[in-house]
Design a protein around this ligand. Structure first.
Ligand SMILES: NC(=O)c1ccc[n+]([C@@H]2O[C@H](COP(=O)([O-])OP(=O)(O)OC[C@H]3O[C@@H](n4cnc5c(N)ncnc54)[C@H](O)[C@@H]3O)[C@@H](O)[C@H]2O)c1
Length: 340
């Protein structure tokens, strides 16, 4: 299926990843792109550089099934790229219901409106959080699904509904499980953004929470977007499938901090904030301390390679440089409290 000439809805299109997808769908000749977003965490600023009459923005929640259905019908949507979600892991622990409502019931609304209006393709943004702690490394799509947090549970449940609608109704749904996505327009709150802010905007030491040995898999947002394009283009191969979308490589947090310091060319220290039980943290607000933080998180991307012909092309250093250039031009974007 070609993106060209298609009417595409990107839910959560005002967000970090959604805004890159919108850009790419327009670039690939979509007839129109409808951003459907309640702007609870997304911003119009993420879209403001796209001056294109094919872009339409609708403010609405995926929990409003009536409005959602009306827009899908009115705009004759062919493809839905479903990005809208609650994704703060800590918030999902303290507000389980809100996380479940948006991520599970919001997704069911999307699937029902797609079915009713004969949408030809649905992509669902899932997360490697569905796996939980690695039992084998890297984690492939057959790895046990034992999420640690309510966020992982709600994403897992939502992706199961996508696959169920595929089996039951033949809906052309594809689930993409992302590792940690980074790049320009990333929101402030996670460790990478905290490092970049301190090193590049504040000239302060990078603070590592824990011993710095936690291993993470970072995928550059433009590489991730290409996986979406291929999942649409090769929709016979992606029909009803689940794919990891990741770099397939791990970097430990200490090395990530050192890499950023090296890019900065500054003489900046790395500080460890690793309180023992009963001690309190110097730098990290208590609410940022996650129970059951994953030790190793690396997703195997070979299935997407084999079926879609996708592979990540941007190495971590080059991708980080792009994100840093963006935040240096837009420093106000991270003058907010960290999202947790
Ligand atoms: N960023 C990552 O590293 C990462 C990793 C794995 C999965 N994901 C998934 O990718 C998707 C996009 O994440 P992001 O990092 O761009 O986050 P983001 O917060 O920038 O984007 C989410 C968007 O959804 C919108 N939204 C939230 N609730 C909504 C609702 N009820 N109705 C309509 N819109 C709503 C927000 O306003 C925002 O624009 C999410 O589904 C997330 O779970 C992200």
């Amino acid at each position: 299926m070609s993106v060209e000439g298609k009417n595409i809805m990107v839910t959560g299109g005002g967000g970090f990843i959604g805004s890159h997808l919108v850009e790419e769908y327009l670039r690939h000749g979509a007839a129109k792109v409808i951003v459907y977003d309640d702007f609870s965490s997304g911003t119009l600023e993420n879209l403001s550089h796209m001056k294109d009459e094919r872009l339409k923005i609708v403010k609405g929640s995926i929990l409003n099934a009536t409005l959602l259905g009306r827009i899908v019908k009115k705009e004759k949507i062919n493809i839905i790229d479903h990005q809208a979600a609650k994704l703060e892991v800590y918030s999902s622990i303290v507000n389980v219901k809100e996380d479940a409502e948006v991520n599970i019931f919001g997704t069911i609304n999307i699937l029902n409106s797609a079915l009713k209006n004969k949408v030809e393709k649905i992509l669902f943004a899932s997360s490697g959080a569905v796996y939980g702690e690695a039992k084998s490394i890297p984690q492939n799509e057959s790895h046990p699904l034992e999420p640690h947090w309510p966020y992982g549970v709600s994403k897992l449940c939502a992706e199961r509904y996508c696959i169920e609608y595929n089996k039951l109704h033949g809906l052309n749904a594809t689930v993409l499980r992302y590792s940690i996505v980074y790049g320009p327009r990333e929101w402030f709150g996670r460790v990478l953004t905290m490092f970049i802010k301190r090193i590049f905007l504040e000239n302060k030491p990078a603070v590592i929470f824990g011993d710095g040995g936690q291993i993470r898999d970072y995928i550059y947002v433009k590489d991730l977007v290409k996986a979406h394009m291929l999942a649409i283009e090769k929709d016979d191969k992606s029909f009803g499938q689940v794919f990891n979308v990741s770099s397939g490589k791990g970097v430990n947090i200490k090395n990530l901090a050192e890499l950023l310091i090296d890019i900065s060319g500054k003489k900046i220290e790395v500080i460890y904030d690793d309180p023992k039980e009963g001690e309190s943290s110097v730098y990290q607000p208590e609410r940022l301390r996650l129970p059951k933080e994953l030790r190793v998180f690396i997703l195997d991307n070979s299935k997407a390679g084999a079926l879609l012909g996708w592979k990540p092309e941007i190495n971590l250093r080059d991708g980080l440089i792009e994100e840093i250039k963006w935040i240096l031009k837009n420093p106000w974007r991270w003058q907010t409290k960290p999202r947790v």
